[in-house]
Design a protein around this ligand. Structure first.
Ligand SMILES: [Zn+2]
Length: 184
């Protein structure tokens, strides 16, 4: 283990997560159980706040609308980390993991969710819509950022549109797929 860096650099904020206590920590060591927390990946500048009732309701509605479930949010600490930029965008952090990004879509004047891998893992066993089952053979190659050939898709949701984030179930693995239309 490396000696802890004691210098303070303004503008850099760090947050840790205690798996034992399910609590966010301002320093690596948990003062309740004394274990070391895991660093939460935060986009700069690191402007984190607790997600309260209204935000929770918004997230719950979006997860239900897109994936048919949101029970995994119940009773959990949810943190929102504002991402620098002109539009309103927050990293949604559940149990210390970045599960999705919440953003406000000005064209439709409504909130939307971009799913992250950790969110897809959470949803893989729970989602009742918004998921596609894929053949495990597709895992043989590098698939990140690639066009997914239709022959690998065993089943897919109906009524999907450009830009939708769907959960890809690939055997025991899960990932995020973005709906794209090709020419036709
Ligand atoms: Zn602890």
């Amino acid at each position: 283990m490396q000696e802890r860096n004691r210098t303070f650099s303004p503008g850099e904020s760090e947050l840790f997560w205690c798996q034992n206590c399910s609590l966010p920590l301002l320093s690596e060591k948990c003062s309740i159980c004394n274990s070391s927390g895991q660093k939460i990946p935060l986009s700069p500048p690191g402007d984190v706040r607790l997600c309260f009732a209204k935000g929770r309701e918004r997230l719950s509605d979006l997860f239900v609308q897109k994936y048919g479930c949101a029970d995994f949010l119940d009773g959990k600490v949810i943190l929102l980390n504002k991402i620098a930029g002109i539009d309103r965008r927050d990293q949604v952090i559940l149990d210390g993991r970045h599960i999705a990004t919440l953003w406000f879509d000005i064209t439709s004047s409504s909130f939307n969710l971009d799913l992250e891998s950790a969110g897809a893992v959470l949803l893989a066993k729970r989602a009742i819509r918004g998921f596609a089952k894929c053949q495990e053979t597709m895992l043989k190659g590098h698939i990140k950022g690639k066009w997914l050939s239709p022959e690998y898709i065993e089943s897919q949701p109906e009524g999907i549109s450009e830009g939708d984030n769907i959960v890809l179930k690939i055997g025991k693995y899960a990932g995020v797929g973005v709906v794209r239309r090709r020419g036709d």
